[in-house]
Design a protein around this ligand. Sequence first.
Ligand code: XMP
Length: 512
Amino acid sequence: AVLIVDFGSQVTQLIARRLREAGVYCEIHPFNKAGEALKTVAPKAIILSGGPASTTEAESPKADPALFEASVPVLGICYGEQTICAELGGKVESGHHREFGRAEIVITRESPLFAGIGGVDHRETVWMSHGDRVTAIPEGFHVIATSEGAPFAAIANEEKKIYGVQFHPEVMHTPRGAVILKNFTHGIVGLSGDWTMAAYRDEQIAKIREQVGDAKVICGLSGGVDSSVAAVLIHEAIGDQLTCVFVDTGLLRKDEATQVTTLFREHYNIPLVHVDASKEFLGELAGISDPETKRKTIGRVFIEIFDREAGKIEGAEFLAQGTLYPDVIESVSASGGPSAVIKSHHNVGGLPDFMKLKLVEPLRELFKDEVRALGRELGLTDAFVGRHPFPGPGLAIRIPGEITPDAVATLQDADAIYLEEIRKAGLYDDIWQAFAVLLPVKTVGVMGDARTYEKVLALRAVTSTDGMTADFYQFPWDVLAKTATRIINEVRGVNRVVYDVTSKPPGTIEWE
Ligand code: XMP
């Protein structure tokens, strides 16, 4: 493995991502725990990340000296380069010459770090983001590239295999950054790049076994991709020490609850408690129209029910969660523990009992697409792992105004037809999220000889890469036309269908 020592850069995750894309397994550990990590990870190489601090300040984070004595190659990126210089006898000064954005480096000396990039005098576009800069390098080091703002844009001690770059090879704006990182991991360190999801799965299984021992684990299953993949992985590791608790809010898509229970019970043989709580949720939601109150009510009821059900599983010591890497908001300064994520959702009253359980989070190091790959590795189908995101409060936030059992049933039927038509047209994977919204508005229509007065259904579909921004999807008209006809003919209570052509911003993806 490669040990990535995190100094708090916004883009540390991307270093991990680039390495994994090149088939190299790596782990990110906060700088203040790097000494420990050195022992547990036994890395073949170390990468020091960027970070917001300035080495010129006394309190600034330092790389544990043990890292330089581990006799493995080291690559420092941005702050990482600066800390190498500050600690090994060079000099860093606070920048009067800040450099942010695109820059050009010039290679000044042959180095394996630039293999395939170019030789002396070659110019290469990179992404810089630094205030401080190195002004003197430690003994044994050479400058291998310069830039206008950074005379020591890249440095190397080829003998000790310690490298530093002032730019960020991990970001897309450094077009050939991946080549440079690969030169380090493959060329300089000699890793073969044979790490795969299969290997990750085996490693995680071993880790889960070690963490859990023979204790019992509860997993809250939502039916979504993340919790499902986590559950299947944990089950593979510890078998029936795992019990899944599926709190069915009654606000899922049509037939989804059945699909989840069938998949888990019959296909994977995983013990599953299916809590049909639809009456309880709908009861608590009765009379509520305000979107935020809906969300809070659902959150509260969910926790009450989950706590009650989890309490019935005797002797459980662990709670499994499908937390992903982007959810892990573990800042370097607050790298105390993994509990930050779960607590942020619920801050009312005392902690429910299940929150006192220790956490098992086998997806903590993965990005969404890697979770999908792991899911496939575990035998989940492409259709299952590729499903569109679905919000926790479910259909409740797709029925503006009051939620009634009838409205939920109508929406489920319409939504199912919409998704079926999208799948039939082969468009499902082009779309980030597609769903229907049942409006509390009635309009006049005519069906046969009769006048109708029924609700309006809005269809929404967007493309996006992360849900933060989105464009409305430009459907072929015939798909929309067919969907509308089918919904009006087949779903009672709807006589008009409209398509939402709002992008985000200014709209949000959901209607509430
Ligand atoms: P918006 O509507 O904010 O949605 O543009 C962005 C993404 O977040 C999902 N979403 C939610 N997910 N609980 C969730 O778990 C929520 O309350 C919630 N609201 C929105 C939405 O489906 C989209 O993927």
